[in-house]
Design a protein around this ligand. Sequence first.
Ligand code: HEC
Ligand code: HEC
Length: 639
Amino acid sequence: MLIQSLKNHKHQFFKLKKSNGMKIVIGLLSLTCCLVVLTSLSGPYIPDKGIEPAIAFFKIEAAGFAKATDELMQAIDSIERNNPVNLRKAREALKKCRLHYKRIEFFLDYFFSTAAVIYNAPAKYEIEEPYMEFQEPIGLQVIEGLLYEKNPYAKKEELKQQADAINSSATDLGSLLYSFHADDSKLLESIRIHLLKVITLGITGFDAPFLKSGMEEAEVSLVTMHHILAPFLDGGSPTAVAVDTLFKKSIEYLQINTNFDTADRLSFLKTYALPLQYQLSLLIKELGLYLDTGNGIVNYEARDIFSKDALNITVFAEKNDWRKKEELIELGKQLFFETGLSGNNKISCATCHRPENYFSEPQPKSIAFDGHSFVQRNAPTLFYAGYQHEQFWDGRAKSLEEQVKTVINNPQEMNGSVALNTLTARLPGYANSFKEVFGKEEDSLLSGDKVAYAIAAYIRELNPRDSRFDRYLHGEENLLTAAEKRGFNLFMGKAQCGTCHFAPLFNGLVPPFYNLSELEVLGTLETDDLGKPRLDKDRGRVEIFPMDFYERAFKTPTVRNVSVTAPYMHNGAFRTLDSVVEFYNKGGAAGLGLSINNQTMSSTPLNLSGQEVRDVVSFLHSLKDSCSYMGDRIKVATK
Ligand code: HEC
Ligand code: HEC
């Protein structure tokens, strides 16, 4: 997997704006005084009753983790050529180490995120754009990959170095606490985020794909969180009781669902984990300890991560303080279907992103502006396109606004640069709507900007979230077949789909902060004939950023609505979902024996049976939105 870090988004703690800083400080001081007086009057409330025990817990568990890394070092040291017993011991030591790590992860991730990277970062290059600096992968996930290679003994030196690096920093974990201060609101936020991480990533086994210890690790995480929350659960309020009960039930459930390949994740989420997320959020509010240090994308007010409002789409917009938002969207809708935006007055966005096909192109490649050649890639669905930090298959545009301008100007697509500059002359009918929406103060905007803002606002509305799957998760029973349910459990487990197509949108937007969109290298084929596999010639992101890792890297698209957006992949070469899943089942290009040295997807076959492949496809079908409420938005196009 490749990640590009969006700078400045990662986990920020309070930052006061400079100009208002003083005012806020004074405000806070007086507020604190009031609170001190109030709390001393109201008696038993003990501030920060959770953080001190949590720190003590961290100290003990960090020592336990350090000891486990000792054992890991020794076990790795004992690996011998052709000695499966010692290899098995090393893998067991790794698992033990990981389970220990899960007891301190919530704390490290939140309070010391940079230190956490050493232990459990993905085994891949992290690339910081635009500087193109990258870090060599390090940590438990790298060790796991090496221990599951064909001949781990050959990698013994590398294994030893990795284990040694982890061990020496683990032994030093206690020093992080030197002059460390935190309070209960931060502690509770760390738990909230960790629960989200378990729900979206932990149960998919994303950080231990070969050990398949994801369910057991999730259990340890939940036991830990429950323990840390104990000081807040003894008040006896109905919410505290609900949180306590849901923790106990979740843990019990995981204890009987330890088998990674067969665990029922859907019931876990629907019955326990999502209600727990909701009740925990209520409890935090009830305790008056609400704190949101995030980037504004995850909405703490939402019921749970699968709720429609869980991710705040406006944060992805270049500008989101429009006063006439409804009018802006309406204008965007008209422009989306406006052929006058193209150089020949014949092409609109809807020509390729066809509403009747859920805003996608049913041909592998659309006809280009010249009327006879084809554009380079398949036009993807625009449903949920707003929830991405990268637009286009190679991620070359950072926002929908930028993307819209690129398309209109692209000589292959709409060739409309002239149209943009002379827009109001060409499209006099729009003068009033533009004035109405943008008013006087926006006169300085070029026509192109206005068109982009409007169309982008419209695309962000293409967000129905009313598939049977979504409705089932939120209480409507009998909407999913047994095959669809099995399919979800495979998607999030054995089939590993959920380790790239992340919940809740099942695209490359990475939980738990959703502050980056991933690109991956699968080695997509030129055709869907798996019997005669040939690599597609499209080089993907490397054409934009010339780094070897980006050779054939493409953005992970959403799989919502894929049952109605064939054909698939950037080249539209896969005609059926069965062929897509079969391609994954074989381990991508490398699994099919093609020579590709930077495939980020594991080349190990998934070993899905024919039935399991069909189950995964069934689940994908349950992700089709009914779009009932969007009727007119679609009709406009088809008339
Ligand atoms: C001639 C066909 C064509 C037309 C017309 C067209 N597009 Fe596209 N669109 C594509 C193709 C092909 C891609 C994928 C290109 C790539 O990724 O390199 C694409 C990609 C996109 C994406 C990126 C989606 C994602 O998930 O990455 C968005 C958004 C988009 N188009 C919106 C629009 C809008 C808005 C218009 C009208 C202003 C428009 N398109 C007009 C063919 C077209
Ligand atoms: C290693 C990351 C990764 C894994 C694992 C993964 N995908 Fe994908 N998926 C991608 C990327 C990247 C693309 C786009 C590839 C391209 O266009 O060449 C994609 C494309 C797709 C598409 C085509 C969507 C479209 O609109 O064209 C479907 C369907 C899909 N994946 C389903 C699945 C399923 C089902 C699984 C599990 C069996 C899975 N994926 C596992 C990264 C992944």
